[in-house]
Design a protein around this ligand. Structure first.
Ligand code: SOE
Length: 365
């Protein structure tokens, strides 16, 4: 029998910088998209070497510049204050970039990164990955088709508890590493992105309150917020509110978005991503991720048949696959790019300004 060697062309040679939880999730997604992890770097060479097998890394680099040179796409999964220098170095080297959110710890830097990527003509994406849940696409398609009617109200929350106790600690709580607005930058940004993505509308004004439940962690003072309550108004005439917290006991990654219009209401819960709640005259109940009942955009993201659960990692897999498609010259619908990261930075700046002034703040378009 003739021996056949199957060679799979690799078009996505990635560098993964940062070897924590996000580095692992990105690496799995790169492999799922048919790419390779050409190399990794971590906070210490030792850590990177230990993480290499789990990240399927071909090589471990101590020098970030050499790692960038070895790849076509650079995944930036390091603490927030290091996003800009690494992403800008990758862009300057002509590489495509996937940069974790928030893009930067301040608005001007996020703008500079977005402009640099545009000027270099590279693909630059941000993992607002909840866009890749099929039932989120279904909600978006129903809004766009007018099935919800004229939108009037949006509300929800994004609740976690991994920073509940005073001894829960992480680089994110330090403003100089994570940014002054921590919970909002880390997870509030996801909620606002999802709202605007699903509705096609834009937040124009915000009124925010911030609270720090644990003022001391790891023996030091903490200034970044644990809780945000936010009211907002949109260009399309919706009003709404959301609550963001990283100290809600028992809540793990509970992003809830509910949108009401003159015809129907839709509710999506990130912890139950296989379903979309639909209320209205036609129906009042739960739609499952059943490919027979999905719009084409939602069906495209359904990786396995209905009843076979898909979730968080699948979102990353689809996001990286679409990043790869963009690099190959396609224009995948709904791919979150640096302009979306900049948009999140604009909203964050308005949230901070509103909380400081105890007044409404405008969000520039
Ligand atoms: C931690 O809050 C975190 O890992 C975020 O950084 C991610 O963006 C979110 O998807 C899950 O929670």
């Amino acid at each position: 029998m003739a021996h056949v060697t199957i060679t799979r062309p690799t078009t996505y040679r990635a560098a993964v910088i940062g070897t924590g939880f996000m580095g692992r999730v990105h690496s799995h997604a790169i492999a799922a998209a048919g790419g390779t992890v050409a190399g990794i770097a971590g906070s210490t060479p030792e850590r990177a070497r230990r993480a290499a097998p789990a990240l399927r890394a071909e090589a471990v680099f101590d020098d970030i510049g050499a790692l960038i040179d070895a790849a076509d796409v650079v995944h930036v999964c390091v603490p927030n204050h290091l996003h800009a220098p690494i992403a800008l170095a990758a862009i300057a080297a002509g590489k495509h970039v996937v940069c974790e959110k928030p893009l930067a710890t301040d608005l001007d830097t996020a703008r500079a990164m977005t402009e640099a990527a545009a000027a270099a003509g590279v693909v630059a994406t941000v993992p607002f990955v909840y866009r890749f849940h099929p039932m989120v696409r279904e909600a978006r398609a129903r809004v766009a088709a007018g099935r919800i009617g004229r939108l009037t109200l949006a509300h929800g929350s994004y609740l976690q508890d991994w920073l509940l106790r005073p001894d829960d600690d992480n680089w994110r709580v330090d403003a100089d590493k994570g940014g002054a607005l921590r919970a909002f930058g880390d997870i509030g940004s996801h909620w606002c992105d999802l709202l605007e993505f699903v509705t096609g509308d834009r937040i124009t004004a915000v009124s925010a309150q911030l609270a720090t439940a644990n003022r001391r962690r790891g023996g030091r003072d903490v200034s970044t917020e644990d809780i945000v309550t936010l009211q907002f108004a949109t260009a399309g005439g919706m009003i709404g509110s959301t609550v963001v917290s990283q100290v809600s006991a028992g809540r793990k990654n509970r992003l809830l978005l509910e949108v009401s219009g003159t015809e129907a209401t839709l509710a999506f819960d990130q912890e139950r991503p296989e379903t979309l709640w639909i209320g209205g005259r036609e129906v009042n109940g739960v739609l499952m991720r059943d490919p027979d009942h999905l719009s084409p955009d939602a069906a495209r993201l359904a990786r396995v048949p209905g009843g076979h659960a898909q979730g968080y990692q699948d979102c990353f897999n689809a996001f990286v696959a679409d990043t790869g498609a963009a690099i190959a010259g396609d224009a995948p619908d709904g791919l979150p790019v640096f302009a979306d990261g900049l948009r999140a930075a604009r909203i964050a700046e308005a949230v901070a300004a509103s909380a400081r002034a105890r007044d409404w703040a405008e969000v520039p378009a």
